[in-house]
Design a binder for this molecule. Sequence first.
Ligand SMILES: [Zn+2]
Length: 270
Amino acid sequence: MAAPFTADQRQRYARHLALAEIGPGGQQRLMQARVLIVGVGALGSPAALYLAAAGVGTLGLADHDRVRLSNLQRQVIHSMQGLDQSKVQGAARTVLSLNPDVSVETFAETVDAHNAMELLRRFDVIVDGTDSFAARYLLSDAAYLLRKPLVHGSIFRIEGQVTVFLPGRGCYRCLYPQPPPPGAIEASEQVGVLAALPGIIGTIQAAETIKLITGVGDGLVNRVLLHDTMAMTFHEVRYRRNRDCPVCGDRPSVHALVDQHAVNGVEVGR
Ligand SMILES: [Zn+2]
């Protein structure tokens, strides 16, 4: 059966169409997919660029922030042109200049317990590009409650990690039952971050998202990939669903989104 590609699409996606692992069927799945990227910063930038290039049909971009000069050292979807504008607006412009086939939906707002379910519900795969523990727990809880796959990534100074949470196979709370105490982990403003590090981690998030959509390969499920840029090493640590997890365990106590204080007993800052 001939896939309904235009002449331009046959050229644009020629390397995917030629790839045994993707082919016309996989490319069609990509073009029909709806992916939400929460946080269009260090990790969201490379993830959005590669997912747009790959031809993901609809990209949701959620971020409440504006582009600052200090972002441009690593947030490669943004540019001088977008300085002081909303991140989602600038990112949408870049995505459309790269691939006008992509339909972009922007959400210039903070994703919180009040709007997360409504927002995530509309997408097939969620990519976590946030930079706080509170946001990561929130996304993980919402994704599990909606039974959506979540592609998690995080970075700290010169290290990063990435994993995929599939509903029923473990969640962020299984991996990290408690957030670190407030102040234990310093923000990137204080400790810095190596420019190319989020490119490595965010690009792996994009690759895992493409694999999830097309159903190929071995996903980073039940294993977290840890990267150290200075040593230039990748280590894999396996984890399992925690049967006592308050969200995805055998006897869950959390059935709706709640503020992080109520779940963790510890307030965490954004
Ligand atoms: Zn869990």
